[in-house]
Design a protein around this ligand. Structure first.
Ligand code: UD1
Length: 419
């Protein structure tokens, strides 16, 4: 079985460039369908979710080319509007293609994305937003068929929750809809800001990103574009947590730390020294951290649910207690049992997990059950005595393009073994 073998207990030191943000690049790849021409994305990470998106674009008829971290999509020749079940299953985010396919071709035929490792993830808000823009929906044997009349039309959309995916689907469909769309209670995540900038770079009229109200003037002519994807704030949060857990000092470049200020504040509260610049962050840590009271996940600018597992891993060896309240997803503590195998003292019930710091963690065979939970196991392993074998790498590869290389560059004893 493929695994990472990590021998912990040595401080980290060095500098790493953070790769492009998964959650920015996925909706951007879907957006390329809106333009009958070429879009070029720089800093596009090598991730299995990106590969799945490229496979969907090829299936739809796009010409796709990747050279290093540059991906070129020529969407002049889109001839299909369906996403096969196998591709939908490969990546839940394939639902992000719905709005763009509908705007481009007038219909879309996708399978219903089922539950996933984080618990049920409904798409009711995505569908309601598209309906407001004039789409009709029908379910046929596990498939979702969306159609529109002559064209989608601008509308006022009030989201009952600031869902990231629903905001993105609504934005993409609105770019192809005639007239003005206003999205209220929109998600404010930095990835939405990055997407809006990308769309503007191809000629779309979008404003208000980063606030709760987004305005899109649809059906303006689009043109070829070139865009550099921002650095991944969750990868940065993972590496900061790794240094906090193992000790040492490191500089992470190519990210804007104001986008994960809540994580930085937390690590400082735990005793790490963190200095921020506009496009880099530096950390020094001498474990143990101290417990930080209560961490409650929330939509941006609150504490990101995606950083909860990795910060929890860093706090396993803290002095004192930290209470986590996971408000975003139902099933996001699957790393807890694995961390306990390494000697952590964590009690999880429902949405609450209580971490009581222990003096030491020890290496153990552990399994990743989801992407950021997998990141958490690597963080804990770096602060543990002895060797940890992490399996479930398929989850980790969805979101970390160069984990082994990056942590090795920081002096970690980590290697990938493929059997
Ligand atoms: C995105 C991110 C994911 C991150 C999450 C929250 C991508 C590809 N993924 O996921 O990494 O953890 O934001 O920051 O960008 N909800 C509904 N109905 C809907 C849609 C969502 O009830 O139609 C609920 C979800 O169950 C969840 C909450 O809204 O409880 C937030 O989900 P959402 O913001 O939509 O997350 P994703 O876009 O799936």
């Amino acid at each position: 079985m493929d695994q990472y073998q990590i021998r912990g207990g040595r401080p980290l030191s060095g500098r790493v460039e953070i790769h492009g943000a998964k959650n920015s690049v996925l909706p951007m790849l879907a957006s390329t369908l809106l333009h009958h021409g070429v879009s070029v994305l720089h800093n596009c990470p090598r991730l299995s979710d990106v590969d799945a998106s490229l496979a969907i674009l090829r299936h739809l008829g796009c010409r796709v080319n990747r050279e290093g971290d540059v991906v070129t999509v020529d969407a002049a020749t889109v001839g299909r509007w369906d996403i096969p079940d196998a591709l939908m299953r490969e990546m839940r985010s394939s639902v992000l293609f719905l709005g763009a396919i509908l705007a481009r071709t007038g219909r879309a035929d996708v399978s219903m994305p089922g539950g996933c490792e984080l618990g049920p993830r409904p798409i009711d808000l995505h569908l309601a937003a598209l309906q407001r823009l004039g789409a009709s929906m029908e379910q046929q044997g596990g498939r979702l068929i969306c159609t529109r009349g002559d064209q989608l039309h601008g509308a006022e959309i009030d989201l009952s929750l600031p869902s990231v995916g629903a905001t993105e689907n609504a934005m993409l469909a609105a770019v192809g809809a005639s007239g003005r769309t206003v999205i209220r209670n929109a998600a404010r995540e930095p990835e939405i800001v990055d997407l809006a900038r990308f769309l503007r770079g191809m000629g779309a009229r979008v404003c208000g990103e980063g606030s709760s109200t987004l305005v899109v003037e649809g059906k303006v002519p689009l043109h070829d574009s070139d865009y550099r994807v921002m650095g991944d704030r969750i990868v940065a949060a993972t590496y900061l947590s790794a240094v906090a857990a193992a000790g040492g000092e490191a500089e992470l470049t190519g990210v804007d730390p104001s986008q994960f200020a809540s994580v930085v504040a937390l690590l400082r509260q735990g005793g790490a020294e963190v200095r921020c610049r506009p496009d880099s962050v530096w950390i020094r840590s001498t474990p143990p951290l101290s417990g930080v009271g209560c961490i409650r996940t929330a939509p941006y600018p609150g504490f990101p649910t995606d950083a909860q597992p990795v910060v929890m891993a860093a706090l396993c060896r803290s002095r004192g207690t930290t209470v986590f309240v996971e408000t975003m997803f139902e099933n996001r503590y699957r790393h807890v049992d694995e961390l306990c195998r390494m000697g952590a003292n964590i009690r999880a019930e429902g949405r609450v997990a209580v971490v009581t710091g222990v003096d030491r963690l020890h290496g153990a065979p552990v399994q990743a059950h989801d992407l950021r939970g997998g990141g958490a196991l690597c963080v804990a392993a770096l602060g543990a005595e002895g060797e940890t074998a992490v399996t479930g790498l398929n989850h980790i590869r969805r979101g970390y393009a160069s984990l082994v290389e990056d942590l090795s560059a920081l002096g970690a004893d980590i290697r990938e073994v493929n059997e």
